[in-house]
Design a protein around this ligand. Structure first.
Ligand code: IMP
Ligand code: MG
Length: 173
């Protein structure tokens, strides 16, 4: 099956938006104990750029979840594949996610992390598809609101591919 990639959000727009998010986060987290927690795999490119856009001391950790389902839609059944490597009790956790689609993944992860008793817990998401929301999750720092299209690049994949594109593209069959 031939797939086509249509340019959607350019590398330049991504860079400008991520830098602005970094400045907003910096203003809110002065003198806090900030831990960025990236949700693998999709967040790794965004997380690398966002971390470097936050001019504050911080640490980074990752967790991995998977949802059973097809390649382009999550099923709502979420499983933690691996967890944080350090305790976040008493720390200011900022979750970093590539995209909030149905919201099921984040809803699950937020509940899991809250049980670890961080001092605070917020969410930074690069993309939000509000038309597909099934569970409302509060996004404290948002890159872009997008329509219901399947996007790839900048960490986001289809069937494991396209994560290394420097821009975001819409994938269509
Ligand atoms: P949710 O649980 O439906 O919010 O699913 C979020 C996850 O589905 C994201 O972390 C992505 O891995 C994946 N996902 C949702 N929409 C897209 C998309 O447009 N492109 C690539 N992955 C997507
Ligand atoms: Mg993901």
């Amino acid at each position: 099956m031939a797939q086509s990639l249509k340019p959607f959000i350019s590398e330049r727009r991504l860079r400008a938006r991520v830098r602005a998010m970094g400045r907003a986060i910096r203003a809110d987290y002065r003198a806090r104990d900030l831990v960025l927690v990236g949700i693998l795999k999709g967040s790794f490119v965004f997380m690398a750029d966002l971390a470097r856009a936050i001019d504050l001391p911080l640490t980074c950790d990752f967790l991995r979840v998977s949802s059973y389902g097809s390649d382009t839609a999550s099923s709502g059944r979420i499983r933690m594949e691996f967890d944080l490597s350090h305790p976040v009790k008493g720390k200011d956790v900022l979750l970093v996610e590539d995209i909030v689609d149905t919201g099921w993944t984040l809803d699950h992860v937020l509940r899991e992390i809250r049980r670890k008793k961080p001092a605070s817990l917020r969410l930074a998401a690069l993309l939000h598809k509000p038309s597909r929301t099934r569970v409302d999750v509060p996004i404290d720092y948002l890159g872009f609101t997008i329509p219901d299209r399947f996007v790839v690049g900048y960490g986001l994949d289809f069937d494991g591919r396209y994560r290394n594109l420097r821009h975001l593209a819409v994938l269509s069959a």
